[in-house]
Design a protein around this ligand. Structure first.
Ligand code: KG4
Ligand code: ZN
Length: 412
């Protein structure tokens, strides 16, 4: 499949080289579209969110205890058009007007969307009554993530780009998490400026646990990574063992926090101890499979656990995770001499991990700037895709034929 080259249509809608980006995120179980006005340059950029729509599929995947790829793909296909419409409307860019779509373009788009059942009809129904919106570029997540889910967003983006004659930008989802974490919120806009390099990023999500350094702007190197399970995956699996619903991270966090605030910490907690895998080895790598298995053995040994004990296991598990994440990050800070530490990915929503990092950084690395994204930017969203897309667009890294890559690396 190929898309007509569009690099000749890069005249900006915004003044002074600003770029209005429409971004699409479908890498996992969130269908999200945002529209951002991005201005400035690599050293000082400002982002104004004009539209931001997100539909979570969590309720649908809950009964499977995890994300079911074929279902995610189907839901994205169903949701993309309504979400696009809502985002354009919020951005005041939705103008109804009957459009004549040339037969040749229609045929090409039908080919692009051929593998997304249901989407073709919804697409044509919408675009044949909507004026091409005033946007400059379309950014879409190309990976990492679930490939069937990624493809829906990519094909949708390619179809829109072809129809509206807009340049396309392929975005690495993990770069989105990393760069959006650097944004400061000021007067309703997001600003990324005066970033002190090197940056160290701890990226923790359902599919990733890695420490990445950015020595030069947008140039990444891997410092450490998990050798088995991702930390979010461990949260989700242990939650499942405790008969908690998906996604497990927030559930475990809720139980663990209840132990901390109940004032019941004392002898009863020492009943359960879990290991801190690879805490003292001399790499920045992680391992969470052993921790998960240790939790499983603990439950096998105590088959009749009470609600009270369940809360204490969640508490001990969360403590073990936070200990390991902190120790490895501290090691990586030493190794890289980082001036800025970023925490990104869904697990960075965890209140205990946020607290541990905030306190330890203040105590031990007060000269290093700590950036933890706001709650809305921690889990998957399209704002972060537009932010990363902006920097790639500034560098004119436009794509004509994007391929989904479930394992797309940020750094090697
Ligand atoms: O970044 P994300 O939204 O999606 C991926 O790219 O994977 O991360 C989702 C992961 C899930 O494993 C979820 O359980 C975890 O983030 N998560 C949390 C919390 N909120 C979400 N883990 C621990 N504590 C939380 N509060
Ligand atoms: Zn993510």
């Amino acid at each position: 499949m190929s898309v007509m080259p569009q690099t000749d249509n890069t005249a900006s809608i915004l003044p002074e080289g600003g770029i209005r980006i429409l971004s699409i995120e479908t890498s996992c179980d969130e269908t999200a579209i945002a529209i951002l006005d991005c201005t400035g340059d690599e050293h000082n950029a400002t982002f104004t969110v004009r539209g931001n729509t997100l539909l979570s599929q969590i309720e649908i995947h809950k009964e499977y205890g995890g994300v079911f790829p074929a279902l995610a793909k189907r839901e994205h296909a169903k949701n993309l058009v309504p979400i696009l419409e809502a985002a354009l409307e919020e951005a005041e860019l939705l103008h109804e007007d009957v459009q004549v779509i040339p037969e040749e373009t229609r045929a090409k788009i039908s080919e692009i969307l051929a593998r997304e059942p249901g989407l073709t009809e919804l697409f044509f129904e919408f675009v044949s009554e909507c004026e091409p919106p005033a946007i400059d570029a379309i950014a879409v997540t190309a990976g990492p993530g679930l490939e069937p889910a990624l493809w829906v967003g990519i094909n949708f983006a390619q179809a829109l780009a072809l129809l509206w004659q807009k340049p396309l930008v392929a975005v690495n989802h993990m770069e989105g998490h990393t760069l959006s974490a650097l944004a400061q919120s000021e007067n309703g806009t997001l600003t990324i400026k005066d970033v002190r390099l090197p940056v160290l990023a701890l990226l923790i999500s359902g599919g990733h646990t890695e420490l990445v350094t950015m020595k030069e702007w947008l140039q990444y190197a891997l410092v450490g990574q998990t050798r088995d399970d991702a930390v979010g995956e461990a949260f989700d699996k242990v939650a499942r063992m405790l008969a908690l619903p998906y996604p497990g991270g927030p559930e475990i966090s809720r139980l663990a926090e209840s132990v901390r605030t109940s004032g019941e910490l004392g002898s009863s907690t020492s009943k359960f101890t879990l290991p801190r895998p690879m805490l003292h080895d001399n790499t920045c790598d992680f391992s969470f499979a052993g921790l998960k298995t240790a939790a499983l053995y603990l439950l096998k040994k105590n088959p009749e656990i009470t609600e009270h004990e369940k809360r204490h296991i969640a508490h001990e598990f969360e403590n073990a995770v936070a200990d390991v994440l902190w120790k490895k990050t501290a090691r990586a800070l030493e190794e890289t001499g980082a001036q800025t530490l970023v925490i990104g990915g869904g697990v960075s929503a965890n209140a205990h991990i946020r607290r541990v990092f905030t306190e330890n950084m203040r105590r031990e690395y007060s000269d290093v700037t700590l950036c933890i994204p706001s709650a809305a930017l921690t889990t998957d969203n399209a704002i972060m895709i537009a932010i990363a897309g902006f920097y790639r667009a500034l560098r004119k890294e436009f794509a004509t034929n994007i391929l989904a890559n479930g394992n797309l690396p940020l750094a090697r």
